[in-house]
Ligand binder design. Structure first.
Ligand code: IPM
Ligand code: MG
Length: 356
């Protein structure tokens, strides 16, 4: 039986509850499809930081580096300074493991989950490829005359040619492989931020290697508008770290909300990290009301990455069938007890024949 060693960081708030359900489903998928995921749990997150002042020690980081994948529940808690634990845990892995692809599929599983009028599952089916290691996220913040009347704060949007090229190439490959419209959309703001001209030039260069993939371009503001107006025009889109962060929350909403949207932080061929897009929602923590579908879908993405394609598809199809048959009432907070959703999906995975 194939064994996969993964690190499990359940994290803060609702993280542990939704992670438990994702691991439950993963265990059943492994039983059905003949693999075993051996999870090593790490306590990192705000609680751990409050107790020990430790964010992600080097020894643990080195262990994680040797694993096949990392599963992360959620990070963030108002008891810690803004961004501290997010940067110490999530960003440490994104940058330290060089997870340059942030893969965010936006797929509507059931029309009733979509807030847009008259949009059906076939209208909302796209993948946003977000660059994950550069941009303002990893540039140094600078404060001149901090607190003074003439204060200046800056943090550059910094892009390297190599960093831009590898993400654009990944996106072209994906557009080709997905074979939907074989269309790749570049989203930037080069009309107002000329530094992003680098993206336009690299995009045009790489496009020469993918004559079978149609290319399109939209500024980020227009892309937000089109995503709401005509989501059916989207296939694969590639964008910068910051714009990708923003537009994928919009994407999450058109697929049904934060309760369903999952993501992969990937370095092809190396240890990669899978997580729901939602945060830790501290006010819902410990009440068994959080929706674990996004966390379960992150586990499905992890299966896909590990090469367990049938298991990945079975989990996704289980969620689809449960939603379309209304056995899952919805993916909102409190729609079902958290553990009930995990049980429903797990039972369905045992039944579903994967449509790989
Ligand atoms: C996300 C989150 C993170 C980000 C935060 C928690 C740092 O919003 O994964 O989209 O901005 O990337
Ligand atoms: Mg975000």
């Amino acid at each position: 039986m194939t064994e996969y060693d993964i690190a499990v960081i359940a994290g803060d708030g609702i993280g542990p509850e939704v992670t438990r359900e994702a691991m439950k489903v993963l265990g059943v998928a492994g039983d059905v499809y003949g693999f075993h995921v051996r999870g090593t749990e790490y306590p990192f997150g705000t609680e751990h930081w409050l107790k020990t002042k430790e964010l992600f020690p080097d020894k643990a980081f080195d262990e994680v580096r040797g694993m096949r994948a990392v599963y992360l529940g959620a990070i963030g808690d108002p008891r810690a300074p803004v961004g501290l634990v997010e940067f110490g845990v999530i960003m440490r892995m994104r940058v330290g493991l060089d997870l340059y692809v942030n893969l965010r599929p936006v797929r509507l599983y059931d029309a009733r989950l979509c807030p847009l009028k008259d949009k059906k599952p076939e209208d909302v089916d796209m993948v946003i490829v977000r660059e994950n290691t550069e941009d303002a996220y990893t540039a140094k913040p600078e404060f001149v005359d901090r607190g003074g009347p003439d204060e200046i704060a800056s943090q550059p949007m910094r892009y390297t040619r190599k960093g831009t090229e590898r993400i654009i190439r990944y996106a072209f490959e994906l557009a080709r492989k997905r074979n939907k419209h074989k269309k790749l959309l570049l989203i930037d703001k080069s009309n107002a931020v000329p530094a992003q001209d680098l993206w336009s030039r690299v995009f045009a260069d790489v496009a020469k290697d993918y004559a079978d993939v149609k290319t399109e371009h939209a500024y980020i503001d227009a892309a937000c508008m089109w995503m709401v107006k005509n989501p059916e025009w989207f296939d694969v889109a590639v964008t910068t770290n910051l714009f990708g962060d923003i537009i994928t929350d919009l994407g999450a909403m058109i697929q049904g909300g934060m309760g369903i949207a999952a993501s992969g932080n990937i370095h092809p061929g190396k240890v990669s990290l899978f997580e729901p897009i939602h945060g830790s929602a501290p006010k819902h923590a410990g009440k068994n009301v959080a929706c674990p579908v996004a966390a379960i879908m992150a586990a499905s993405m992890m299966c896909d990455y590990l090469g367990e394609k049938a298991a990945a598809a079975a989990i996704e199809n289980a969620v689809i069938d449960l939603l379309r048959s209304k056995r899952l009432k919805g993916v909102g907070t409190g729609d079902h007890p958290t553990n009930e959703v995990g049980d429903l999906v797990a039972a369905e995975v045992r039944k579903v024949t994967a449509r790989v």
